[in-house]
Write a protein that binds this ligand. Structure first.
Ligand code: PDD
Length: 288
């Protein structure tokens, strides 16, 4: 069951007019929110980022946070599975084709939920392959825009090379992945590129840095050079759907010793514990 413009319906019945500006211009923004034990994970943070994206494209938020929360709870309740991921999508509505913003047109709001599967166990044991590419996206990668053509093309480079992700380099520095954030480890220090207009401020990225800080994992938030990526002891990939994953092969070369490293294993354990705390916090009868 999905939500579209005020109604709940089976996804097969959902229709969008062809003049929707999402379809015509890719004029909209989106969010992907993991749901564990039927409770959205880090919802306030996702809604804050949604507001940032809407502000970035000058589109009014159609709902307040309480309304979003209620709407998302209804979508979760109407779908199967304890663990889901919500996809929510807002466009500038339906109007005669003209690049300029239309006046007084209601936004299109679409929410769906899909089962959230944990990353395949073998990828956590052996690590994933990645390729690198030049980051040729626009200069507002901090906006989670639905116009994802550059990301689609970049991610396909990985698929073509039988790899999981494309790691992006702009002007000699690491930005992020085509659909993830990227960390490296060098000499036991976790290095994270600083948030800027050149990357999406990942919610999982924040969780990883919070876990690192709380658990005395030495870390630095600073620009990471392409050379540092290529000579890293470990590379980690994060996203709401992939959680924390090790990258052990980069452009067909082993990363470090070619196996998931110590910092990955520590952070992965901490992430699973953190998720469990989140789930317990919402379990029926839980005290916190
Ligand atoms: N993508 N960078 C990009 C370009 C992304 O598309 C994503 C997530 C991230 C990680 O952000 P977060 O930790 O908040 O999920 C970073 C989602 C999952 C997607 O488009 O499906």
């Amino acid at each position: 069951m999905i939500y579209l413009n005020g109604k709940f319906m089976p996804i097969e019945q959902a229709c969008i007019p062809v003049l929707d500006r999402g379809f015509i211009f890719g004029d909209g923004v989106y969010e992907v929110i993991p749901v564990y034990s039927r409770q959205p994970f880090r919802l306030p943070e996702h809604l804050t980022r949604l507001q940032h994206s809407l502000d970035g494209i000058r589109l009014k938020n159609p709902f307040g946070n309480d309304e979003w929360q209620q709407l998302l709870a209804q979508v979760i309740a109407q779908n199967n599975g304890e663990d889901q991921y919500l996809y929510l999508h807002i466009t500038r509505g339906v109007a005669k084709r003209d690049h300029a913003f239309p006046a007084n047109v209601p936004a299109t709001v679409f929410i769906m939920s899909n089962p959230l599967l944990p990353p395949p166990a073998e990828l956590l044991v052996s690590g994933a392959a990645a390729v690198t590419a030049n980051d040729n996206r626009w200069m507002r990668c901090d906006v989670k825009a639905i116009s994802l053509l550059p990301n689609v093309l970049l991610r396909q480079l990985a698929v073509d090379a039988h790899a999981l992700e494309t790691i992006l380099i702009r002007d000699g520095f690491l930005t992020e992945g085509a659909a993830s954030n990227i960390f490296i480890v060098k000499n036991n220090v976790l290095l994270a590129p600083p948030k800027s207009n050149l990357m999406l401020p990942g919610i999982t990225y924040d969780v990883v840095l919070e876990l690192a800080a709380a658990n005395h994992i030495t870390h630095e938030i600073r620009q990471v050079t392409e050379t540092e990526v290529r000579t890293a002891d470990e590379i980690l990939l994060t996203s709401s759907t992939k959680e924390v994953m090790p990258v052990t092969l980069l452009d067909q070369q082993p990363v470090g010793n070619g196996k998931p490293g110590k910092v990955f294993m520590h952070l992965h354990t901490l992430y699973q514990e953190y998720k469990a705390t989140h789930m317990r916090g919402f379990a029926p009868g839980a005290s916190s």
